[in-house]
Design a protein around this ligand. Structure first.
Ligand SMILES: C[S@@+](CC[C@H](N)C(=O)[O-])C[C@H]1O[C@@H](n2cnc3c(N)ncnc32)[C@H](O)[C@@H]1O
Length: 265
């Protein structure tokens, strides 16, 4: 495969949809491009680039393949349980107002799971909080706003949570409007540092199953950005498949390594 054509294709995609292949791990990124090349019967990067420019719908299909949106409510439930029992109460007790950022929030399940927890904690004491969900994928963010889900998304929910927060109509579960309170979604690409800083500072940054797709260099850079976005003693939560490596380790103190919960140093 021609590397120059690959770079031209990567630049074109970055210009069109903002997903910059240079920041992601190269092999998996190429593999996902090839999924679309196979699906459209294109044998080289150049052929695919020409097709991409000529076919109005292909760019959306490519975006869908590149932005892996898989998510669900309370994904890896034990992490949320740990946050609810041990981490949120401690922070809440010290603060007047809590700000939470969900990075790569996809179709909203992570944000709404956090809101279920915050609502439960609000029963003990009225809480002033907001949860901001950001994602590069405009379609995912639209779905997050709507709050309409299939079975898969609810597989880790408890029966009482399903009953309390969803109404089933046909094949879909509709999120209760009360969970949309205190929640804001924005289309943001995490490579755009200046935009990230317009969001203000946060007590919690939850960035799960997003950075795994990015190169080591970009991961390190974004951990510095998160450090600046976190308030003193702010909490960073990563996905089970993600780790802090190298220089950035010194920026955060582990709270629970298994659940990937860290505190800003
Ligand atoms: C696998 S989902 C993770 C969803 C959720 N955090 C979870 O753990 O269930 C990854 C999300 O990261 C988003 N993403 C990928 N690159 C991004 C970028 N450069 N900026 C913002 N979001 C990005 C994708 O659009 C996708 O919705």
């Amino acid at each position: 495969m021609n590397e120059i054509d690959y770079k031209i294709l990567v630049d074109y995609i970055s210009q069109k949809i903002g997903i910059d292949g240079n920041l992601y791990k190269e092999r998996p990124f190429k593999r996902r491009l090839m999924v679309r090349m196979r699906a459209t019967g294109k044998k080289t990067f150049l052929e695919y680039l020409q097709f991409l420019k000529s076919d109005g719908e292909e760019i959306d299909k490519l975006k869908e393949t590149l932005t892996i949106n898989v998510t669900r409510f309370f994904r890896n439930r034990e992490t949320f349980d740990f946050l609810e029992r041990f981490v949120f109460p401690e922070v809440i007790n010290k603060k007047e107002r809590i700000r939470i950022l969900s990075v790569g929030c996809s179709t909203g399940e992570e944000v709404y799971s956090l809101n279920i927890i915050m609502k439960r904690l609000s029963l003990k004491r009225e809480l002033n909080y907001e949860i901001v969900g950001i994602d590069v994928d405009e379609d995912a963010v639209k779905k997050a706003h709507i709050g309409m889900y299939r079975d898969y998304s609810l597989m880790e929910l408890k029966e009482e949570e399903k009953k309390k927060y969803f109404k089933k109509i046909g094949d879909y579960y509709y999120l209760d409007e009360s969970l949309k309170q205190n929640v804001y979604f924005k289309i943001v690409n995490i490579k755009e540092e200046n935009i990230l800083f317009t969001l203000g500072k946060f007590d919690f940054i939850i960035c799960r199953n997003v950075l795994i797709y990015f190169s080591k260099e970009f991961q390190e850079k974004i951990f510095y950005v998160f450090y600046d976005l976190l308030l003193p003693e702010g909490i960073l939560v990563l996905g089970k498949v993600e780790i802090l490596t190298g220089n950035v380790k010194k920026l955060y103190k582990p709270i629970n390594v298994k659940e990937r919960v860290f505190k800003k140093n």
